[in-house]
Ligand binder design. Structure first.
Ligand SMILES: Cc1cc2nc3c(=O)[nH]c(=O)nc-3n(C[C@H](O)[C@H](O)[C@H](O)COP(=O)(O)OP(=O)(O)OC[C@H]3O[C@@H](n4cnc5c(N)ncnc54)[C@H](O)[C@@H]3O)c2cc1C
Length: 462
């Protein structure tokens, strides 16, 4: 078993203070505790917090860390839900929020060059001001960073039409353990020279190197968009509705599903627009030119007339945000159904969504916990929240059993344990359910080539 330093030596402390002076490093109890937690609600205390503002500082840090075998824990806004930022082997937490400049937005090349600490929504606004579009839109976009999105390969609502973060990363500047700075990919939209190191870095969750700059692909900004919230009696109605939409040859920019338990949670959270006979919802967005959006909406309404709906509400412009707010508040609203949560983001082949959700509800009933299913119907990525009360006898065990059975069912249907959140700490024990030994050996071989002394985010799965 590999051991790591338990505390900083005087020389190590001095080195960090010199490299990160004037408030760019932290060693107090408060600073260390607050940078040791993330949205997974797991926590650990590191030995130090540092906040680089240049790639040279990152390079010097990683040269030192390699020499001293010091764990490095990259951290951005800590919105990941799997414990990706938690310093389980102590070491140094490296906050990337100080490297937060948009360096270039180029309407000729259709690229943006950014530092990792740029907030996702800030980049989106900046490119939109120039008539350009950066599609990846995790629901956390107002708080998460581009660096965190790249490190987790974040998805979002628009993935059904536009893909995920991976599809927009053209090139990266990365500092490797040992301090060497490499540049992968570039500014071209196509590049097939050598193995694709850019894609390897995307989703590697800080286990291979520290991302210090990214070149991102942009698209022309669609002229307009409109949204529709459609109620159905039950889940099977929702899926028929989705089939009707796809059946008329339209690929929505987003298509989200909410099951009856999600509706219940939202009804307990705030006033809702749907009728009481609604047992499932579809929320979709169409984008394009003014003309095409109007035509698509008419076509969708016509297609939906062959399916039983309980209500339909439409919105365009800023007004549609009211509908999307319902989707964004599901996470906090879910706690109306139980004080504790095991939140998973499995994905199944699109054709298996109905079977999967029905099975997840059955698993919940069997174990006496409430299972909420919502999320990205358009790409089969379902957020499954197991709500329970850990203060009630046996509920924690029941929730864990339900989680394992949800994973088993997902894999039996040809799905994956995580569509967008990754493995981190919370799913590390389950990876072997999905990956074979040979695949795992190949992955750990790659890790060793990049990080021979396992100093990058040790203790985590990717
Ligand atoms: C309300 C809410 C909604 C969410 N919705 C979505 C969603 O729709 N889709 C989705 O995919 N996720 C979603 N998430 C999860 C989360 O927002 C994403 O994983 C996001 O990409 C994390 O960004 P961050 O800036 O917070 O990164 P952090 O959480 O700080 O870091 C994430 C991981 O990346 C590593 N890392 C950070 N910066 C770097 C860097 N510069 N170099 C190398 N490694 C680095 C960290 O070590 C960690 O392992 C949601 C989370 C919340 C709380």
């Amino acid at each position: 078993m590999k051991t790591y330093p338990d505390k900083l030596s005087r020389a190590q402390h001095k080195f960090l203070k010199k490299l990160f002076p004037e408030g760019d490093s932290g060693f107090t109890e408060g600073e260390l505790l607050s940078c040791g937690v993330d949205a997974s609600r797991k926590h650990a205390k590191p030995l130090a917090l540092v906040k680089p503002s240049t790639v040279q500082q990152v390079s010097e840090l990683l040269a030192w860390a390699q020499k001293d075998r010091m764990p490095i824990y990259p951290r951005a806004r800590a919105t990941n839900k799997v414990g990706g930022c938690v310093p389980v082997k102590k070491g140094i937490v490296v906050s990337m929020l100080g490297m937060n400049s948009i360096l270039d937005i180029d309407a000729q090349d259709f690229v943006a060059v950014v530092q990792p600490g740029v907030i996702t929504a800030d980049l989106q606004k900046a490119v939109e001001a120039k008539g350009l579009f950066y599609p990846p839109d995790p629901a956390s976009q107002k708080i998460s960073t581009i660096g965190g999105n790249i490190a987790t390969c974040a998805g979002g609502m628009r993935a059904v039409k536009y893909g995920v973060t991976r599809d927009y990363v053209l090139g990266l500047e990365v500092v490797l353990p040992g301090g060497e700075i490499i540049n992968t990919g570039g500014r071209t939209h196509k590049n097939v020279v050598g193995l694709d190191l850019t894609r390897l870095m995307v989703g590697s969750a800080g286990t291979l190197g520290l991302i210090t700059k990214a070149t991102l692909k942009l698209l022309p900004l669609p002229e307009t968009s409109a949204s529709m919230l459609i109620g159905f009696k039950d889940l099977s109605g929702c899926l028929k509705g989705a089939g009707a939409v796809f059946g008329c040859g339209i690929l929505p920019a987003a298509m989200e599903l909410m099951d009856h338990n999600t509706l219940k949670a939202l009804e307990m959270h705030s006033a809702v627009p749907w009728s009481s006979d609604t047992g499932g919802l579809l929320l979709l967005k169409i984008d394009g030119s003014q003309e095409s959006v109007t035509t698509d909406l008419l076509q969708i309404e016509k297609a939906l007339s062959s399916v039983i709906t309980t209500f339909i509400e439409k919105g365009s412009g800023d007004e549609q945000e009211r509908l999307w707010e319902l989707r964004r508040v599901i996470s906090p609203a879910a706690f109306n159904l139980g004080p504790d949560k095991q939140g998973e983001d499995v994905a199944v082949p699109r054709g298996k969504v109905a079977q999967a959700i029905e099975a997840y509800h059955e698993i919940g009933r069997k174990h006496g916990v409430i299972v909420l299913c919502f999320g990205h119907l358009g790409d089969g990525n379902i957020h499954v929240s197991v709500m329970y009360d850990k203060s009630a006898s046996g509920q924690s065990e029941s929730a864990l059993k339900a989680k394992k059975e949800i994973f088993e069912k997902t894999l039996a249907l040809g799905g994956t344990l995580s569509g967008e959140h990754g493995i981190g700490l919370t799913k590390a024990d389950y990876v072997g359910m999905q990956l074979g030994q040979t695949e795992m050996n190949l992955m750990s071989g790659v890790k060793t080539v990049f990080d021979p002394h396992n100093i990058m985010n040790p203790g985590k799965g990717v």
